[in-house]
Write a protein that binds this ligand. Structure first.
Ligand SMILES: [Mg+2]
Length: 494
């Protein structure tokens, strides 16, 4: 029976959330991240990506690439609201999830147990339509027989599309990719493989199992070799917000060489770091666990003053701890974990970014306790004005502040310049769009029309036929853009 795993990833989540709630920004390049001299891009809109801007790039570099981009500090509270709505929809369609980040999850819908690739594409399109309706955001969906393939497929699906890799089509997708595209291959493992002349996934798949484990170690190598051959039966792991991210490995043969231990620690740190960053968090504490050939286990930890996402810092600390914990006998197992995780994007990833504004001041209700006027406004601040409503600071300086009054539901608004100390202007919380869609669609049944086993979903099944959903409001897209390339691959975009 075929297995179908979906990978759902909101497109340019942070920047899209800004464009959604600040309509003036729609269609314009937007950068979200630290605005200080050492700021890093957390998210770039599709328009900014078109100019070469990317997340994790220094903000200065991104602004040079996309000089007309609007750069804004992140608004974690808004992203959380939208993320919760996204997961609310997805969970109704597919209760079995493995959440990767605020904007990204694997799902394994029961309804697709016997489905074929067309059924999966139709299911994904209905799910996408509902996500758009509820959140106002575009989600791209990749699907395939396992997590690895689904994740790569969602990259192919972007922006705003679906990409289904049919059962048996895994190798056609994976073979030409660089080895680094495989889950679990970071820069260190990549270098090892390159030195051995292994550049592509196809070349890795073609190795004998013994060759792979000789290069990458038994613990990691066996799994990677299977992934390279398109075999991925890893289950989805439902998780709450992890208190730590970690990686550990047991060696086939005990390590007795310090250099080998340091290399292993660097690789494990890299693996844990990947998960740290993709969960949009930073860590204060680095812990290392070493088990000796005689099964004695030693753990060491060090806590930094500030949370960090810097791989070099985390790796250095882990290597230092590992050296201090080395047993006399050989090393049987090494583990690296990062904890003391901070979830606030501003604190963790953007030191120096302005703190989130206080809750909105109830100006209309309590005129006698008018809040102190703010004297310093920063680009991106949310503000409230008793007459003009909710807005955001487009620019400030020289005692003036320019505010654009608009929300997700007003459409593009008017910009008005005030004196910075105008008492009518107060700080406000982010203004998410209304929870209910503006034009609720009547529903014939539950939010997720689940086909019975044996009669997989079709686009016109159950609820879809009775409901004028977004798919009907939009004109049908020409099918001409459907990819014909590898015959084994079905792809849809809108
Ligand atoms: Mg995303």
């Amino acid at each position: 029976m075929p297995r179908w795993v979906l990978h759902l990833d909101l497109d340019s989540f942070f920047a899209s959330a800004e464009q959604l709630t600040r309509p003036t920004l729609r269609g314009r390049p937007v950068l979200v991240g630290g605005l200080g001299p050492r700021g890093i891009v957390a998210g770039a809109s599709g328009e900014a990506k078109g100019h070469g801007a990317r997340s994790a790039m220094p903000m200065g570099q991104a602004r040079r690439l996309s000089p007309h981009a609007v750069a804004l500090p992140p608004r974690t509270a808004l992203y959380r609201v939208l993320s919760d709505r996204f997961f609310g929809v997805v969970r109704a369609w597919a209760p079995v999830l493995e959440q990767i980040a605020y904007d990204e999850t694997f799902a394994e819908p029961e309804a697709l147990a016997d489905a074929d690739a067309d059924d999966v594409a139709a299911f994904a399109e209905r799910l996408r339509a509902e996500v758009r309706e509820v959140t106002g955001l575009a989600v791209s969906v990749g699907a395939g027989s396992g997590k690895q393939v689904a994740k790569i497929a969602s990259g192919r699906a972007k922006p705003d599309g679906v990409h289904v890799v049919p059962q048996g089509g895994e190798r056609a997708l994976l073979d030409p990719l660089p080895v680094r595209a495989l889950w679990g291959i970071g820069p260190v493992a990549e270098q090892t493989l390159h030195r051995a002349g292994v550049e592509t996934v196809a070349a890795l798949a073609a190795l004998e199992p013994g060759e792979v484990t000789a290069l990458l170690g038994a613990a990691v190598g066996t799994g990677l070799h299977r992934l390279a051959r398109g075999i991925d039966d890893r289950a989805l792991v439902e998780r709450g917000e992890a208190k730590q991210v970690s990686a550990e490995t047991t060696f086939d043969e005990d390590l007795s060489d310090l250099g080998a231990v340091r290399t292993a620690v660097a690789e494990l740190a890299e693996g844990a770091h990947r998960r740290l960053v993709s969960s949009h968090r930073a860590a204060r504490t680095v812990s290392v666990k070493i088990r000796s050939a005689s099964f004695g286990t030693t753990s060491r930890a060090e806590t930094h003053a500030d949370a960090t996402t810097d791989l070099a810092t985390l790796t250095d600390t882990a290597q230092r701890l590992a050296v201090a914990a080395l047993p006399d006998a050989g090393v049987r197992l090494v583990g690296v974990s990062f904890s003391g995780l901070t979830t606030a994007v501003q604190e963790a990833l953007f030191p120096g970014a302005p703190a989130a504004p206080a809750a909105p001041a109830p100006v209309a209700d309590l005129p006698e306790t008018e809040p102190e006027p703010r004297r310093e406004w920063r680009t991106g601040d949310d503000v409230a004005h008793p007459e003009h409503g909710h807005g955001w600071v487009q620019g400030a300086g020289h005692g003036r502040v320019t505010v654009r009054f608009e929300t997700a539901s007003t459409g593009p608004g008017r910009a008005i310049t005030f004196r910075a100390d105008d008492p009518a202007l107060t700080g406000a919380a982010a203004h998410p769009p209304p929870a209910a869609p503006p034009h609720p669609r009547p529903r014939a049944g539950p939010p997720a029309p689940r086909p019975r086993r044996g009669s997989p979903a079709r686009p016109r099944a159950a609820g879809a036929a009775a409901a004028p959903g977004p798919a009907r409001r939009r004109p049908p897209r020409p099918r001409a853009r459907r990819r014909t390339a590898p015959a084994a691959t079905a792809s849809r975009r809108r």
